[in-house]
Design a binder for this molecule. Structure first.
Ligand code: AHM
Ligand code: MG
Length: 336
């Protein structure tokens, strides 16, 4: 008897359309945003792949072989996303970690009812040493009435997100996203140029093996944070020791912990009293994904997704990961 052992091949486009069918009232706008983001991700992946050749082709500020001026990769990624997303008629505005103010939709294009927030290339200082970097995105519904969005549309708590995701440019390129209906991962087949469903319905283990934190800041942490980290590392005898794994690229550290279980933490410290990472472009999208995979996230005082943002580039402390381990953080930090 010949058994069919083949698993079905599902492209991201088909998966997005099938998910949309489960929502009879859907207009297709959100699906269109996700499809366009997948295209932008492929374009950025191409650039990241040849980043090591930047010196050969011409370094920043110099002309490359085509006579074009080379730009830094995070600026290129930023422009790639803007160009892929501004003309689809689905967005009312965008905001990026690389842009100081709101990015408007040009007058010549029609607008839609969604807001896109993104970090085009997180961990970009790692590019030169060939460590994975990532793109992070968050989609919110427009809450004001005008055709063009305002800052109020971007300053919504993470619980208002209708979609969030990230792309990791690692040993393979993966796109992971949620629309509030589980977390699904797609791996880019470089020959086909397609993202294929490789990690359907990702679930995060209840407790984890990995702790991702920059221990160099230990001397600047307040005592409850130090005590929490000692707990995670098994030094107070209350918990099995976690392994410390810190790449310095949030997407890479988060991705490992999402699949294997664990905690990513960037606490406030005396040098960065408000934390370092951005609420809108980094912490909220990853918190949404984490919750959807069965995990949790806190800023050390309350659920991350409940924080009311007050400014576009707001920074926040963050503890995101396996539910059981974040419960320990909440208890030891006195969070809600
Ligand atoms: P960036 O947005 O400027 O790239 O900074 C964000 C990065 C994260 O990816 C990473 O977790 C963190 O900064 C590392 O910071 P540090 O070197 O202070 O540990
Ligand atoms: Mg960043």
């Amino acid at each position: 008897m010949v058994r069919n052992t083949a698993t079905s091949v599902v492209t991201i486009d088909r998966f997005i359309i099938e998910q949309e069918r489960e929502h009879p009232g859907a207009t297709g706008a959100l699906s269109g945003i996700l499809t366009d983001l997948a295209l932008a991700a492929k374009m950025i992946a191409n650039k990241v792949r040849s980043a090591g050749l930047a010196d050969v082709l011409g370094s920043a500020g110099l002309e490359n072989v085509q006579g074009e001026v080379q730009q830094k990769l995070d600026i290129i990624a930023n422009e790639t996303i803007i160009k892929a997303m501004d003309h689809g008629g689905r967005l009312c505005c965008m905001a990026s970690e690389e842009a100081e103010t709101l990015i408007p939709i040009p007058e010549k294009f029609s607008t839609g009812r969604y807001v896109l927030l993104f970090d085009p290339l997180d961990g970009s200082s790692n590019i030169d040493v060939n460590v994975p970097v990532g793109t992070i995105f968050s989609v919110l519904p427009q809450k004001t009435d005008g055709t063009h969005g305002t800052i109020a549309d971007a300053l919504q708590p993470g619980s208002a997100q209708v979609a969030a995701g990230y792309v990791i440019y690692g040993s393979s390129t993966m796109l992971v996203y949620t629309t509030g209906n589980g977390v699904h991962g797609f791996t880019l087949d470089p020959l086909l140029g397609e993202f294929l469903l490789s990690h359907p319905n990702i679930r995060m283990p209840e407790t984890g093996a990995y702790l991702s934190v920059n221990n160099a800041y230990e001397q600047y942490w307040q005592e409850p944070v130090s005590a929490l980290m000692r707990r995670y590392r098994g030094l107070d005898g209350q918990r099995k020791a976690m392994n410390v794994r810190y790449v310095g690229s949030m997407v890479a550290d988060f991705h490992r912990n999402l699949l294997g279980g664990g905690v990513f933490a960037y606490p406030a410290n005396a040098k960065s009293p408000g934390g370092k990472l951005r609420l809108l472009y980094e912490c909220n999208p990853l918190a949404f994904i984490c919750e959807q995979a069965g995990g949790a996230a806190t800023d050390g005082t309350q659920r991350m997704l409940d924080v009311q943002p007050t400014e576009l580039h707001q920074r926040t402390p963050v503890y995101v990961g396996s539910k059981g381990d974040i419960a320990i953080a909440r208890e030891m930090l006195g969070a809600k």
